[in-house]
Every structure is written in C-alpha cells, then in structure tokens.
Design a protein around this ligand. Structure first.
Ligand code: ATP
Ligand code: MG
Length: 546
C-alpha cells in the first residue's frame, strides 16, 4: 500500500532510512496566552498525525517561559480542546520546569566564551544590529572575560539588577547575513512572578534560546513550526549544538501556517474581541477558536478532515472559508438526524382532516440502520411561507393554488384556497388531504415532485435560532485591518417553530432542519426556551475538491 507523503514525512522517511533517527518524537508547544484556534488544529493534526503514522510520540508542552501573559484558564482550555479533537499526548510538560536546564545551558555557553553579559539598552542593541544590507556593530561588552560574565550573570539571577539593566547575549557573528545571528539576546532581567515558578526567577530566557533547549531536552526529533521561524533555524541549530545535547539533535522544519478567508487567526486579536465584549466569550459560536467551533456544532472529525484535505505546504496561501464548510456539510449530512422546522410560518388548515395521529418519520436516511421517530400531525399545520406561491413561476414544484405537494413523512395535500388580507398578503391556506396518500403507503396515484417540511400547530415548539456569519466582512479596497472589518451583523436572532421531539434534545446535539441547514442546541437554552446555533446552511455555491 503506497500512502502519499507530504514534504515533512519525506524528510522523516529519509531520516529513518539514513539511520539519523530510529524513532520519531514531535511536540505541540502552545503558549498558554489564549484559546486554541483553527490554525492550531492544523499544527495539532500534523504533530499528532506524524506520531501516529510513525508509531512515535507527541508531547504537549506549554511554552510558558514568558511570565506575564499566562493563565490557568488557558492551560485548561487547551487540554480540553486537544482531547476534543481526539488526540492523546504522550507526556505533558511545562517549559518553565526547565528553567534550571536553560540556566545551566547559558552558563555553559559563557564558559565556552559563547555568551556575554551586556549593559546596552534594548534601543542600543537594536541600533547596533545593522540591517539586511549592513553588518552590525560589535557590542562594547563583547569581550568581557568568562569570569566577569559568570559573575554578572549570577548577579542578574540573584536580583542585583533592574529590568532591562543587563542582558545575556549569544556571541555569534555581528556581520552574519542573518540578523538573528547577530549576537541575539538569550536572557533578560524581568522581575515578574511566574504562574509556575513564582518568584524563584527574575531572569527569563528568550524564546529563540528556550525553544530549542526544550525540544532537545525532551528528545524531540522533528520540531515542526510555521514559516516565520525559517530565519531562526540557524540560531536553533547553533543553540542545540553548542549546549552539547546528545545526538540526534532536534531538527526544525517549517510549514505554511493555515490562513482562512475572513477568519481571525491571531490569539491577540481574538482576546481583544473577548475583552471588549464584542463576542459572548472565547467560545462564542462565531469564534474560530476550537471551543467556538465546538459550540457552533462543528464536529471534530470534520475539522480533522479539513486539515487533511488542505494538506501541508511550504508556501503561504489562504483557504476559502467555504471549503471548511463543505467538509462540515459532508460530515453532518452523514451523521445528523433530520427534523422538521419552519422559520417563516404560514398556517395551513386541512379542511377534510379531523383528530390527530403520530406519524413515523425517518431520522437519517444515510444512517446504517435507518430509524424513525413519531411526529404529531393534526388539522392545523405550519409550512414555510417560501414554499407557497400565489403566482408561481414556471416549474414551481411546491404549493400553489389548486396544486399538490407532499408534506414530508405525511400526506399529499391539495391547496383549495389561499386567504389574503386587504393588501393581498397570504394569511392562511385551506387545503385538503389526498386520500390514501400517506408516505410509505401511497396509493393515491397522484405524482408530486415537491416535498416540503411542516410542523403541527398544536404541538410545535417556538425556539430561537442564531444565524451566524463570519466575524469579518470581506476585505474591500485593500482594507485588511480587522478593526475596520468587524462584521456587526455576524449574529442575528430569528425565531422558528420546530417539531416537539426537539424538546428532548441535549446541549450539543446536532440536527439537519430539513431543507434549511444544520443546527446545534446551544447551552444558553434555559427553562424550556431552546436556542440553536446555525452550523452551516444546507447548500453553498462552493464545490468541494474543485
Ligand atoms: P497566535 O499568533 O495566534 O498567538 P502562536 O503561533 O503564537 O499563534 P502558539 O501558542 O505559539 O501560537 O502556537 C502553538 C503552535 O501552533 C505553534 O507550533 C505554531 O506554529 C502553531 N500555529 C499557530 N498558528 C497556526 C496557524 N495559523 N497554522 C498552523 N499552525 C499554527
Ligand atoms: Mg506565539
């Protein structure tokens, strides 16, 4: 069996073939400064997918080396989201547990003459860094002795210096064509309490120094990250090599981050929306966070299917949001029960029908074993106003004066009379049930092309439905600023009448409202007042796979 391989898997295959590695170890390293979003799902699928494919391991590592922004709420939500996607980490680590290891690595570099303490300000360091075309200028502190550097670095650790007064820089090459290699800062003084280590440290490692050490310390073989880090790879390699980690050294591989049209893929901006109360919270069903997508009713499987189908690439691009929705539709079409709901009710009186009955209506025609539920039926019903036309266009197969239509799972009805108000608006239909036309047992001999949804007026339930759109409007005239593209109409509340079986639905249950779309019961449902989120409409112009 020949499976297709993406470029990361090709690298891994050749590393295994050459004997460079014998097992494969990946990690997913979120910074706990927000909730995971759909971009992270892509990274999760790659990292956990590789571990599964190669019978290797994948760690969950909270990259919490920055003391200021982290929060336990984020740690909890990240774990819950990964579990929801169905991934199991082999080990759970916090990068802050390695602060001692990182400190020792820094001391090692100083001892090797590969790091020095500098008294320059952040501005001075930036100014002397040079540009893409000009080399940088060497720091006046670059040639401090090992002894002096050790003494100063210990003093930094012991709290002798104020924030920003001193930094530790790697001593690499101020004229390197790669500005990341021009003596980057690897430790800074920061008197801040850390959520894990408390006040133990007042110096903290920089990301470019910490991350390779975390990887190497855990024995990660392939450290997969997004393209912005490509220029940081020489520094990554420099750190793991000079800190004397054992072979095989971890190898950084970059892929293109996931971008989706009209979708905010930045924790910082998503947090802003939450903080400013523009959305209901991190799990607002419009949010592209995993918790938002979950609350919106998007199945984890559909999300993974989407990540699989878009593939892994080395070139940045933007995926149409419609492509996600087509994956979601494919999944829900297979897996949801159909129910009857009417958004714009038009009363129908069945003038030749008395009493009431329970009709067995099919749940999911795509299920392995198709089951039915009972739906009450009686003399007064509602159909959707859009399913009746007083003056029908040609080839109109729904209800029209003196026309026939089938009520889903029930009978064929004939429209005898349309009542109108003084302005000519239709207010009510008088119809008759065609004898012997019951679904599944139709001996009426009447052929009808249209099948429409309906609800029983006596027993239907009024519910609230949230119609959802992207949080961003389409970019116009080159305006890409999220603040100017915020879609004020992204959530509209409408009412609907639904069949009474939905009173038994549980939060998170998903349905196809027949002929309309897919909906999920939201946790804001209270005291018998049901609230549904629209997951996705039934149809879209977008063609999957094209
Ligand atoms: P943000 O910019 O939204 O804060 P981040 O990259 O800072 O995202 P991290 O918590 O550092 O978020 O990311 C954890 C992992 O998820 C990283 O390996 C990162 O490369 C990956 N990741 C983040 N965003 C995307 C994306 N849009 N597509 C693919 N992978 C992503
Ligand atoms: Mg980040």
């Amino acid at each position: 069996m020949e499976e297709s391989r993406n470029f990361i898997e090709e690298i891994i295959d050749s590393d295994l073939a050459s004997g460079k590695v014998t097992t494969v170890a990946t990690r997913f390293p979120p910074e706990p400064n927000g909730y995971l979003h759909i971009g992270h799902a892509k990274s999760l699928c790659i990292n956990f997918g590789i571990a599964q494919k190669y019978n290797g391991t994948c760690n969950l590592r909270f990259d919490d080396t920055n003391p200021c922004k982290e929060d336990q709420e984020y740690v909890n939500s990240i774990k819950a989201d990964i579990e929801w996607l169905g991934f199991k980490w082999d080990n759970l680590y916090f990068a802050s547990d390695y602060f001692d290891v990182m400190f020792d690595c820094a001391v090692k570099l100083i001892n090797k003459g590969l790091a020095y303490v500098s008294d320059e300000t952040a501005d001075e360091i930036r100014e002397r860094r040079g540009t893409l075309t000009e080399p940088g200028i060497e720091s006046p502190y670059r040639n401090r002795s090992v002894e002096e550097n050790l003494k100063l670095f210990y003093e930094m650790r012991d709290g002798k210096y104020a924030d920003g007064a001193k930094v530790l820089r790697a001593k690499i090459d101020m004229s390197s064509p790669n500005v990341n290699m021009r003596d980057p800062i690897i430790y800074r003084v920061l008197h801040a309490t850390h959520h894990n280590t408390g006040d133990k440290w007042c110096i903290y490692p920089m990301y470019d120094f910490a991350h390779p050490i975390e990887d190497a310390h855990e024995g990660i073989t392939h450290s997969i990250c997004t393209l912005e880090f490509e220029d940081h790879r020489p520094l990554y390699d420099w750190v793991v090599k000079n800190c004397d980690f054992p072979e095989p050294l971890p190898q950084q591989i970059e892929f293109a981050r996931l971008n989706i049209t009209n979708t905010i893929m930045s924790k910082r901006y998503l947090k802003k929306l939450v903080d400013e109360g523009k959305v209901l919270g991190w799990d607002d069903p419009r949010m592209p966070t995993l918790s938002g997508l979950r609350r919106r009713g998007i199945p984890a499987e559909a999300l993974k299917d989407f990540c699989e189908r878009i593939g892994v690439s080395k070139a940045n691009s933007e995926v149409e949001e419609g492509y996600l929705y087509s994956c979601v539709r494919d999944n829900l079409n297979q897996n949801t029960d159909r129910v009857l709901a009417v958004f714009d009710p038009l009363k129908v009186v069945l003038t030749n029908y008395d009493g009431s009955e329970e009709l067995a209506v099919e749940n999911n025609p795509n299920a392995e074993n198709v089951t039915c539920r009972n739906v009450p039926f009686s003399r007064e019903l509602y159909i959707d106003r859009s399913d009746f036309a007083l003056v029908p266009p040609p080839k109109y197969y729904r209800l029209k004066p003196d026309g026939y239509v089938r009520l889903k799972g029930a009978y064929i009805i004939h429209c005898d009379e349309a009542l109108t108000d003084s302005e000519g608006n239709v207010t009510e239909l008088h119809c008759s049930v065609v004898p012997n036309s019951k679904s599944g047992n139709d001996e009426s001999g009447i052929k009808v092309k249209g099948v429409i949804q309906w609800v029983d007026a006596a027993t239907c339930v009024d519910v609230t439905v949230r119609k959802l759109q992207s949080l961003l409007t389409d970019p116009v005239d080159g305006i890409t600023d999220f603040n100017q593209r915020f879609n004020e109409d992204s959530m509209k509340l409408v009412s609907a009448k639904v069949e009474p079986s939905l009173k038994n639905a549980k939060v998170g249950d998903k349905f196809q409202f027949m002929r309309v779309g897919y909906y999920v019961l939201d946790r804001d449902s209270k005291d018998g007042q049901l609230v549904f989120n629209e997951i996705v409409g039934l149809k879209d112009g977008f063609k999957a796979g094209k």
